[in-house]
Design a protein around this ligand. Structure first.
Ligand SMILES: [Zn+2]
Length: 56
């Protein structure tokens, strides 16, 4: 049985940039690891992880 990771949101408290992180499996590719990195791509600030109640 595969574990389905819950998607979550990363929000930068500095510039307000946000992104959705939705791992598709427990096998991560380098691209997934970059997408999951909690560092803002705009300003380099550490992003805060937020849970998502509904995935629209
Ligand atoms: Zn930022």
């Amino acid at each position: 049985m595969a574990i389905q990771p819950n998607p979550y949101k990363l929000v930068c408290p500095n510039c307000g940039s946000s992104k959705i992180v939705a791992p598709r499996s427990d096998a991560f590719s380098p691209k997934d690891l970059i997408a999951m990195s909690p560092v803002c791509s705009k300003c380099g600030n550490k992003m805060e992880r937020k849970n998502i109640d509904k995935f629209i």
